[in-house]
Design a protein around this ligand. Structure first.
Ligand code: SIN
Ligand code: CO
Length: 405
């Protein structure tokens, strides 16, 4: 267990609850207001910087403005910078963690929920009165106030019908039950389907730590696709997305045969024998935990569309095949996703060619490894080679120990 993952240790960010208590009492169940979840929190990015970011075409953003019950929605990139003296607008910027190390580190604080559930950090920057209107979300969210003040009103109402004909999902009949004004460092947790409305009081920035939960249909389809990829790979067709190193299973390399077929006078009709053969073939596929884990590992370790890997973050490249340095540390790039099961390791959508050793699992859980003589001994040559490969891709970075001033 690592220092930041002691789920029995009370956490400031959870209002002195332990992650374990939070998960039992609040997660997916009820809202929680946490005053000064991050004491004296200062937004790592200013409102002006956020607006500037939204003018880039590689950043996913939306501009929303309301005026006497009318709602305007425009997708980024923004042509002009907005004017903070004009009230009632907000700009939403997705995947902020892909662009800033500070934000990626903030996201790390929520890993007690598990990496497969964490989605992204969205920033909203708003002028006075700005917001997205009363609505509900289908996913859990932590709303961390980063700059200025925000007035949140929430309701556990059952009526979640939406106003028709608007570009945004706005509740038709919002009946607020509680309200809070959040200042920087305050945070509000909302489970899915809680009605809420946040209105900026003056210029404000809110960071939304968002989660993902795949639909059951998506899970089933992914598993079907993976089964299909493996099935084809076993007969030599490796064109499927997840076909590398296919799991053992039926090798369906024989062909449909019909030695006893009679001549037909309805040539356009699909023969029953072909239908039966197709069904018989598909019934040989076994859906087992190994197949499900393979699909989930590939799919959930796929980096976000906004992630980019460049070596500029690494002040030095080292040849890990030769020797491991005994100072500094190896860190996963902020965009790297690394997951494992008992037997397999996945990184950025790919199945690693090695089983997850304790050191590699530690790298995945902790997201860094301190370089020590001991680590040098723990890692075998193929592991060092794999780490070197990841460094070439900038999925893994070497950070020297900062010099003392
Ligand atoms: C926002 O910060 O304006 C939107 C966050 C939300 O309500 O989910
Ligand atoms: Co919301």
């Amino acid at each position: 267990m690592f220092k930041n993952f002691n789920y029995d240790m009370a956490m400031n960010i959870l209002g002195s609850l332990t992650p374990q208590q939070f998960m039992q009492e609040y997660w997916q169940k009820k809202p929680l207001l946490i005053r000064q979840a991050i004491p004296n929190f200062k937004s790592p990015i200013s409102p002006d910087e956020l607006c500037l970011l939204a003018t880039n075409d590689y950043v996913e953003s939306r501009y929303i403005r309301h005026h006497h019950g009318n709602w305007e929605l425009n997708y980024g990139p923004l042509g002009d910078l907005p004017d903070f003296s004009v009230p009632n607008w907000t700009i939403l910027i997705q995947n902020l963690e892909a662009h800033y190390d500070d934000i990626a580190q903030l996201m790390q604080k929520f890993r007690f929920v598990g990496d497969v559930r964490l989605d992204d950090i969205m920033a909203s920057v708003a002028s006075d009165g700005g917001g997205v209107g009363p609505h509900f979300d289908s996913y859990d969210v932590f709303l961390l106030q980063a700059y200025g003040q925000r007035h949140w009103r929430i309701s556990q109402q059952d009526d979640l019908s939406l106003k028709p004909g608007l570009p945004l999902r706005i509740l038709d009949n919002f009946q607020p039950e509680q309200d809070y004004v959040l200042v920087p460092g305050d945070m509000l947790y909302l489970p899915p389907h809680i009605a809420h409305d946040g209105i900026a009081q003056g210029i404000g920035v809110t960071l939304s730590i968002g989660f993902r939960a795949p639909s059951l249909a998506t899970l089933a389809r992914g598993l079907l696709d993976t089964a299909g990829d493996h099935l084809m790979a076993r007969i030599g067709d490796f064109s499927g997305l997840y076909s590398e190193d296919p799991l053992d299973g039926p090798v369906l390399d024989s062909h449909y045969s019909d030695p006893n077929a009679p001549a037909t006078n309805t040539p356009a009709q699909i023969p029953q024998a072909l239908i039966d053969t197709a069904l018989k073939a598909v019934k040989t596929i076994e859906f087992n935990p190994a197949l499900a884990a393979r699909f989930l590992g590939h799919w959930l370790s796929e980096p976000s569309a906004s992630a980019y890997f460049e070596e500029s973050n690494s002040p030095l490249t080292i040849d890990l095949e030769e020797a491991l340095p005994e100072t500094g540390r190896l860190e996963l790039h902020r965009g790297t996703r690394m997951l494992y099961t008992d037997t397999e390791l996945f990184i950025n959508g790919e199945l690693a060619p090695l089983a997850p050793s304790p050191a590699l699992k530690k790298l995945a859980d902790q997201r860094y490894l301190n370089c020590t003589a001991e680590l040098g001994q723990q890692l075998n040559a193929s592991e060092r080679q794999l780490l070197a490969l990841w460094m070439d891709e900038a999925w893994l970075l070497y950070k020297p120990t900062p010099r003392k001033a």
